[in-house]
Ligand binder design. Structure first.
Ligand code: MN3
Length: 208
C-alpha cells in the first residue's frame, strides 16, 4: 500500500508565503486523495502493489491498459507531490558551487535558469507542473508536464518539481500564479536538487 510521506516541517512553517491551510489541504486532502485512488486501482492487481511508485511510472507499458491512465494520474499525483514536499524547506537554502556550475554549464547563468524556469511555470496552460530534470545525456533542462504526468515516464530524472495546479496557491494568491512562483522559489531546498542529480535521493514513498 502506498502512503503519505512524512513532512519534515509543519503546515505553518512557510507562512506567510504559503499559508498553513493550503499546505494542510494540499497534503492531507489532495495528495492523500491520489494515494487512496491509486491503492483502490491497484487492489485488483496485487503484483503491481509490490512495485515502488517510481518503478510503476518508469515503464507504464508494464501496467495493464485498462488501469494505465488511472495509474498515471493517481500514481503521478502521488510521486509528484512526494518530490514536491521534499523540494521545499523553511530553512535558508542556497545552491552550492557544484550545482551552480552545472546550471551555468547548461543554461549560461543562474539568472537565465531562473528566468527560464519561472517563465515555463507561468506558461503551463491549465493544471500541470514545471520541472528541472536530468535527461539521458546527463544534461539538465526545464520541462513542463500536463496534469499529473511525471518526467520519469519520459526517461528524465526529476530534480525539482513545482506544482502549478490552482489548488497549490489559490487560497492565498487567487489568479496570481507569478506571485506564488516568486514565493515558492525562495523556499526551494537546493541541497535536495543536487542530491537527486547525483542519485543520492529519490523521493521514494514509504512502503509497508
Ligand atoms: Mn498539487
Amino acid at each position: 500500500m502506498h502512503q503519505l510521506p512524512n513532512l519534515p516541517y509543519g503546515f505553518a512553517d512557510f507562512e506567510p508565503k504559503i499559508d498553513a491551510q493550503t499546505m494542510e489541504l494540499h497534503y492531507s486532502k489532495h495528495h492523500q486523495g491520489y494515494i487512496t485512488k491509486l491503492n483502490e486501482v491497484l487492489a485488483s492487481h496485487p503484483d503491481l502493489l509490490n512495485l515502488s511508485i517510481e518503478d510503476l511510472l518508469r515503464d507504464l507499458s508494464k501496467v495493464p491498459e485498462e488501469i494505465r491512465t488511472a495509474v498515471n494520474n493517481f500514481g503521478g499525483g502521488h510521486l509528484n507531490h512526494t518530490l514536491f514536499w521534499a523540494n521545499l524547506t523553511p530553512e535558508e537554502s542556497t545552491p552550492d558551487s557544484a550545482l551552480r556550475e552545472l546550471i551555468d554549464l547548461n543554461f549560461g547563468s543562474w539568472d537565465k535558469f531562473q528566468e527560464e524556469f519561472l517563465k515555463a511555470a507561468n506558461d503551463v496552460f491549465g493544471s500541470g507542473w514545471v520541472w528541472l530534470v536530468k535527461d539521458e545525456a546527463n544534461k539538465v533542462r526545464v520541462i513542463k508536464t500536463k496534469l499529473q504526468d511525471n518526467p520519469i515516464s519520459e526517461n528524465h530524472t526529476p530534480l525539482l518539481g513545482i506544482d502549478v495546479w490552482e489548488h497549490a496557491y489559490y487560497l492565498n494568491y487567487q489568479n496570481r500564479r507569478a506571485d506564488y512562483l516568486t514565493a515558492i522559489w525562495s523556499l526551494i531546498d537546493w541541497g535536495v536538487v543536487e542530491k537527486r542529480f547525483y542519485g543520492k535521493e529519490g523521493g521514494r514513498d514509504s512502503e509497508d
